[in-house]
Write a protein that binds this ligand. Structure first.
Ligand SMILES: *Cc1c(COP(=O)(O)O)cnc(C)c1O
Length: 452
């Protein structure tokens, strides 16, 4: 096979591409890694250098790269058809995948609406929830309730319910009104309480808003158990269950955005299952295809679905859809992904890895710059601070998180920080040995960057 001309590729990248969430002024002066191949937990660049994929290719990869079963499933499907539309036609893989999704989802979620990314999975849930109340004669229920620090994607609806200032501040004039309740970021509690003495006082805040405004609220949207983009903010046990109890009490739908947490990330197939919560909507993307193809699904109940049927005289529809909805290649990959969970007992085998990560993270507390260490399943965040005692952050201009990931690259590990929180989120298939290596590199990189 002809070796790619790395120098030329890099020059062309600088000239032609616009990278997401990237300061391009800095990018064009940097020396990017050009990925050519993957293998298990490793990414391999055009020069043949190997890196541990420490963020699972942005939280998507589940069973490793070049997983034989998923490769084969896509190729097998490709020999039949690459794409056909779900508008006015059905296709085989989307039907079979829906059955599998409904089988593994929390009870009550019996309808599957396909789209192609996490943001669209969220938009669909928001529009269905909104539409439901309009059709049921509750015209006042036209706003949403979301949490502090939330991230639900980059489309306008997703940004409206999201709250990361750096991402959405400039676009406020485009966004719709959203009520905001405190997410339990216990290291920096929004309402200045201390866990567990607080008795989850943040739920009282949520109840206050629900009590006063439930007549205006269509749905409450949450990242269950852990807010990813906020910096791997783990909520204490019982919080999610409390949110479900209160939303039910006040007649507000619950949308579980499991785009990041779905497919085993938290140790269960879905995070809501940890607290035996059944939401009204479940948004899935990232890991659904094992990290292979852009595919997403929004699952909901027959109650919501039937509100969009209309009558035999006046048939109605959910007037929403995306061109690649139910793409057969994506659905074939997703089926293979789910099958592997059963065949290889992925969730059972994950338990010792979660324990090992917990053990490895213990050492991090001794580092001078580590303020907080948070873990939920095989997702972890290490928050760096300038002053451990006062929790004072590093000045933003130091880009401490970025420095740590640069050090990690030199040591053969790809990680991507969220501000000054170092994210650890490898493929679920990572071996114990690889996980130890990863943790060692992160530790050394933090030490090098912060003590330089
Ligand atoms: C990544 C993410 C999204 C957005 O998904 P995209 O595929 O990037 O549009 C939405 N919600 C959560 C919780 C996410 O982590």
């Amino acid at each position: 096979m002809k070796k790619p001309d790395t120098k030329r590729l890099k020059a062309m990248d600088r000239l032609l591409l616009w990278h997401p969430f990237t300061r391009m002024r800095e990018w064009v002066d940097s020396d990017p890694i050009v990925i050519e191949r993957g293998e298990g937990s490793y990414l391999i660049d055009t020069e043949g250098r190997r890196y541990i994929d420490g963020v699972a290719s942005l939280w998507t990869n589940v069973h490793g790269h070049r997983k034989a079963e998923i490769d084969r499933a896509i190729i097998r499907q490709l020999k039949k058809i690459g794409h056909s539309t779900l508008l006015g036609l059905a296709n085989v893989p989307s039907i079979l995948l829906s059955e599998k999704l409904v089988n593994i989802a929390p009870k009550g979620l019996k309808r599957v609406f396909f789209s192609d990314n996490g943001s669209t999975a969220v938009e669909v849930a928001l529009k269905m929830a909104f539409g439901y109340w309009q059709k049921k004669g509750h015209a006042g229920k036209k706003t949403f309730l979301a949490f502090t620090g939330a991230y639900h994607g980059d489309t306008t609806g997703g940004m409206s319910v999201g709250e990361i200032d750096l991402f959405v501040e400039k676009y406020r004039p485009l966004l719709f009104k959203t009520f905001r309740a405190p997410y339990p970021y216990c290291y920096r509690c929004v309402i200045n309480k201390t866990y567990p003495g607080c008795g989850l006082a943040c739920l009282d805040e949520l109840e206050k808003t629900l009590k006063r405004h439930h007549g205006e609220i269509a749905a409450c949207i949450i990242e269950p158990l852990i807010e990813g983009a906020a910096g791997m903010v783990v909520s204490p046990p019982g919080f999610l269950k409390g949110v479900r109890r209160l939303t039910k009490r006040y007649g507000v739908f619950l949308i579980a955005d499991e785009v990041a947490t779905g497919f085993g990330r938290t140790g269960r197939m879905f995070a809501v299952q940890r607290e035996k919560v059944a939401p009204d909507f479940l948004c899935l993307a990232k890991g659904i295809t094992g990290g292979y193809m852009p595919l997403a699904a929004t699952l909901t109940t027959e109650k919501v679905y039937s509100a969009f049927l209309g009558t035999s005289k006046n048939p109605d529809a959910f007037y929403h859809g995306h061109t690649y909805t139910g793409n057969p290649l994506g659905c074939a990959a997703a089926m293979a992904n789910i099958k592997i969970f059963g065949k290889e007992m992925v969730l059972e085998n994950l338990k010792p890895k979660i324990k090992l990560l917990k053990q490895l993270l213990k050492d991090f507390w001794e580092l001078k710059s580590v303020g907080d260490v948070r873990q939920c399943g095989l997702m972890a965040g290490v928050e760096l601070v300038k002053d451990k005692r006062t929790k004072e952050p590093y000045p933003a201009r130091l880009r401490m998180g970025g420095r740590v990931s640069l050090e990690a690259k030199k040591r053969g590990l790809i990680i991507r920080p969220l501000g000054d929180t170092i994210v650890i989120m490898p493929p679920l298939s990572i071996t114990g040995g690889e996980l130890e290596k990863l943790a060692r590199i992160v530790y050394d990189s933090i030490k090098k960057a912060t003590e330089a």
